[in-house]
Structure formats: C-alpha cells, structure tokens
Design a protein around this ligand. Structure first.
Ligand code: COA
Length: 374
C-alpha cells in the first residue's frame, strides 16, 4: 500500500537526488555544486556560474572566454520566431511571450538527440533575452531591435536591447549578481516541473516551456512583480507600515515574504538588499528603499516572516529602469541554467516520476441508467 501523505504540497518529502545545490543545509544557506552562493555572487560573473551549474566545474579564464564567445554568437533569432513575436499583443504577459518563444524555438531548432542538450541549453541562455526584448520593444515602441549586440554578458545584452544603449557598469554588475542568485534552487516548483517532464524522456524545450509556466505564478517567480506592485502603492515608510498592518489583519499574503524551506532568512535577500541600497543611493531614491526596509521590519516584528529573494529584487530592478512585467522573465533567463542541469541529471539516471494519490472520492458504485439520474 502507498505511504500516506504527511503534509500537503509534498513538504519535507525527498523526491529524488541531486548534486546541483543544497538549500538550508550548509554555508550561508544556498550552495551550487558545493560553492556558497554568497561567495559566487561576490567573485563571479553569471556566465561562470552558468558554466559551473551546467558543466560541473568553474571555468578557467580561457574556458570562460570561449563560453562567452559561444553565447554571444547565439543571440540571433530566426525570422519565423520574430514573426510570431510580432503577432503577440502589447498587453500580453511577458512570461507568456517567453513561454511561446521557447516553444516556437523548439519547433524551429528541435532537440533530436540528448547529445545536443548542452548546445540546446546554451542557445536558450543566449537568446531568451533577445526573445523578451524583441517582443517588448516591437510591441511597445514599434522598434525591431538589433538582438545581436556585442555586449560582454547576458545581463548587459538584456539591458542594452531594453534601453537602446550600452548599460552602465554598475547595472551590468547588479545583473550578474541577480542572475547568480536566481540560477538554481533544488526541487522548487518550476524545477520539479522540468524534471517530471524530463522523466518522460521529453525534449529540452518542452521541459523548459513547462517550467516557465510554473514559475509564472505569484507564489513562485511571479512574487517579484507582485512585491513591486505592492511597494509602489506606498507613499512613505509610515504609509507602508499602516497599510501592511491592514493587510495582515485581513490575513492577506504579502508577496516576497516567507519560504517553503528556509525558516529564518533567505541568504539571497541579504545580498540583493545591499545592491538595492546602492542603487537607491545612485538614483537618489528616498521612498522605495525606505518603504521596502519598513516592510521587512513590520513583517519580522508581526509575523516572524522574512524577505525572500524576490522582495528587494523588486526595488533593485525598478532602480535600473526595468519595467515591472519583465521582472519574472529575468528570473527565467537565469533559472534556465538550473532547470536544464536538472533535466540533464534526470536523464542521466532516469525513472519516470509517477507518484500515487490518496483517494478521497466516492466508494465503488454502479453506473445508473440515464433515466434514473438526477
Ligand atoms: N504573507 C503572509 N503570511 C504568510 C506569508 C506571506 N508572504 N507566507 C507565509 N505566511 C503564513 C501563512 O499564511 C501560514 O499561516 P497559517 O499557518 O496561519 O495559515 C504560515 O505563514 C506558514 O506559511 P505557509 O503558507 O504554510 O508556507 P508554505 O511553505 O506553504 O509557502 C510560500 C511558502 C513561499 C509559498 C509562502 O510563504 C508565500 O506564499 N509567500 C508569498 C509568495 C512569495 O513570495 N513567493 C516566492 C517564494 S521564493
């Protein structure tokens, strides 16, 4: 007989093995292949961390240079994909655009053998920023943006296309940190989606398309956008406190707080909060950052709930002039590394993921004749 569930949401259950990351176990609380995320965010560029997660080791200088050159050469979009993007309306959600873009790419550049998995992943890493910005700039500004920039980094490429000019060094640096923090997080909802899909021996684009759908929800990646929508409604720290107390009284969920695994703090918060503070000083902000800090204080004082990675990402992205609906797609640009590495790990030691359910329905009964039914 199948084991009964101890709690909803599969909480606390070990659902498989991974060598990619630990959450809430060692170091500051998050490690990628044995390296502390804090250490990585301080010392690495995102491309180094992507290489680490996907290929199993930190690259040396020549490997990093070669990897970046490879990624730079894969930024272009096929005409058929551009045509699809041009047909998606301006008011579509960018996560839906990315889901469609990824799926369309899978039609045009199908993964026909698992031997192609590294190249297929690198292609997605290189061109997801192009997909987002091509659609965004076309639908909002009527511009067919050049997606083949010569920017050094994925984050720089994204900002360049979005704003139509080379990004400042500070902004490119924050993008590196942000993409590193979001890159991998064990068996979270979207990664588990990707692994379930991979366990059927499906292709990489299908796994990633499904994962994008899971990440979209406000209880997962969508929280950074939801947090932004909340904090921009507060006019001052005192206003934030008053309104949050009301939300807590009404038992509303406050996005960007709490976590399914961490119990006292999210190690990613401390890092992105520091960068948000620097960006606030850079733009001369006197509202959004103090509002965010007060939200953090109120939630800890009232509920012992802490900011997760998403909360200070909201203000940080806003200070860099990134439109709110693009927040979660940036998360995708990064988490793609984790998803793909999990797909590869699943493929290397696969058994189809097929749990059982605890049945709560009707007892066995006969089918009544149609004339006897209510
Ligand atoms: N705001 C208000 N209350 C919250 C809360 C939040 N952000 N997060 C958790 N709580 C409360 C729950 O309502 C619950 O209270 P109860 O026991 O009185 O019902 C209690 O804290 C335990 O939380 P729970 O919802 O069981 O945690 P979970 O593991 O099921 O969910 C999250 C984890 C992340 C989904 C949840 O904290 C959440 O919804 N956070 C907001 C969305 C978010 O920021 N997601 C990004 C995660 S990185």
């Amino acid at each position: 007989m199948a084991k009964q569930l101890s709690g909803a949401g599969l909480r606390g259950q070990v659902a498989g093995k991974t060598a990619l990351s630990t959450v809430g176990k060692s170091g500051s609380g998050l490690t990628y292949r044995g390296y502390d995320v804090k250490d990585l965010a301080q010392n690495c560029q995102f491309e180094e961390v992507a290489y680490l997660i996907l290929k199993g080791k930190l690259p040396n200088q020549s490997e990093l240079d070669a990897y970046k050159t490879k990624l730079r050469g894969m930024r272009g979009l096929p005409t058929a994909l551009k045509e699809v993007l041009e047909r998606i309306p301006k008011d579509a959600h960018p996560m839906d655009v990315l889901r469609t873009g990824c799926s369309m790419l899978g039609n045009l550049e199908m993964e026909t053998s698992f031997d192609q998995q590294q190249d297929v992943t690198d292609r997605m890493l290189a061109c997801f920023p192009s997909i987002i910005c091509y659609w965004y700039r076309f639908s909002h500004d009527g511009v067919r943006v050049d997606v083949e920039t010569d920017d050094d980094s994925i984050g720089g490429h994204f900002l360049h296309m979005l704003h139509g000019e080379k990004p400042r060094e500070l902004h490119e640096q924050v993008m590196h940190v942000s993409l590193i923090l979001y890159a991998e997080h064990e068996f979270n909802a979207s990664t588990f989606t990707a692994r379930v899909c991979a366990s059927t021996l499906s292709d990489m684009h299908s796994c990633v398309t499904g994962a994008i759908g899971s990440l979209r929800g406000p209880l997962h990646g969508g929280a950074n956008e939801a947090a932004m929508e909340m904090i921009e409604g507060f006019t001052s720290a005192d206003d934030a406190e008053e309104k949050m107390m009301g939300m807590l009284e009404r038992k509303e969920k406050i996005m960007g707080f709490g976590h399914a695994i961490y119990s006292e703090s999210d190690p990613r918060n401390e890092i992105i909060k520091q960068w948000s503070e620097k960006l606030a000083a850079d733009v001369g902000d006197e509202v959004l950052y103090p509002v965010s800090v007060r939200c953090e204080e109120v939630m800890w004082r009232e509920k012992k709930l802490f900011c997760n990675a998403d909360f200070f990402h909201a203000s940080a992205y806003n200070f860099m002039g990134i439109p709110t609906p693009l927040f979660t797609p940036i998360f995708v640009m990064s988490r793609l590394t984790g998803w793909a590495a999990h797909v590869m790990e699943q493929r290397a030691d696969n058994r189809i993921i097929r749990p059982s359910a605890e049945y709560t329905g009707e007892e066995l009964r006969p089918v009544p004749a149609i004339s006897e039914r209510a």
